[in-house]
Design a protein around this ligand. Sequence first.
Ligand SMILES: [Zn+2]
Ligand SMILES: [Zn+2]
Length: 453
Amino acid sequence: MRLTDLNSGRDIGANSLLLEFGEHRMVVDCGMHPKHVGKPSLPRLGLVEGTVDSIVLTHCHLDHLGSLPLLVRGNPRSRVLTSAANTLFAQRLLRNSLAVMGRQREELGVADLPLYTASDIERVEAALSAVPLNNPRRVGRGEDEVELTFHRAGHVAGATGFSAVHRGVRTFVTGDVHFTPQRTVPAAEFPRTPADILIMECTRGATTTVPDASRAAEERRLLRGINRVIDRGGSVLIPAFAFGRMQELLVFLDEAAGRGELADCPIFCSGLGLDLCDYLAEASKRTRQLSFDRKVLDRLGIIALRKQYADPGRRPREAGIYLLSSGMLVEKTPAWRVAANILDHEESAVFFAGYCDPDSPGGQLIATPPGGEFEFKGLDHVAKVRAEVERFHLSGHADREELVAFAKDLSPRHVVLTHGDPPAREWMKVALAEALPKAKVHDPEPGRPLDLV
Ligand SMILES: [Zn+2]
Ligand SMILES: [Zn+2]
């Protein structure tokens, strides 16, 4: 098997891998880099134009899905194999991405935006092919037949990893994985059978796993924090990805309210997250690969955030819980806008509940000391950070020790690292060399083919 990392850099970025099984060319994921805008946000699609036989989509986060319309446009005969749940989500998330690119074109004056059109998204929709979990599916012919089997990956609704067996060589691709159950998705169910090649994410490779920060303990700390802020008359902003994370947090709040443990206050959500609630509810009825019920919204009395914000620096019009996207407080998003009403006020708080890239506004806010300044570019406002800013470890990615243990169980000859920043890859290299002294650990150079068999 020959692997080429199509991502533009050794980071989380625009995930995309070319796997060549003999003559059969398969692309796994085709994301868009969240830190770049326009063409620099794309993977190296020029290396695969017109030559792809099959496409696999592991899940619908934009760092895996965002530029799929361009790959499908360039390879119109390839099917996109994915879980049944993903076939229900892909179009909705791509349409949102298209709308965001339209806004960026105006605001940033980037002429090559949007990178694709509504009809490209329709082409993706037509190319999607649902593959049942734990059931082999063959692609390619004769010598180059590949047997694919998809397995639940935890992480987010619809996420899968898969094995690919070609001429007796077994490759396992984790995609983004979480081995702990969440409220809307069960834990990953990966077989622990030996593999020759393991292609593994390593998002949390540089994150020390704190034993006390078990999920349940972190959830209790978050709930105590919310109640403390609401009881003193403040507002809590929880920035959250609209897809997956927001619904997880809604179920978390609903369970706490059901036990009588949540302070009574209005809860606001932003539009895309609420819209995606319908998609998750539909997918949980139709596929049983996840569980989310719209009744959560009624029980919590969720209020759709109307974008009539108070002036920057002033308190929100109504105190309450603001569960808004984006999770990394990206500029111009509802969460960023409401942060401009929260940060100056000592009774309020911003609670981060997921991964924040250090270069994102969320990451920058976390790094700002109390009393420091945080600039809202475009709002003509510099906040003095008086609100509580806190992080809660409720990641949707596996701990680094769990990844090493998984690699040990599969005992591969080759491990290929993906989906991690350089420090994360460094830690994994050292830990894997110790755990699997006979295996070769690869940190592939983007764009350069790596022969693994
Ligand atoms: Zn993901
Ligand atoms: Zn990812």
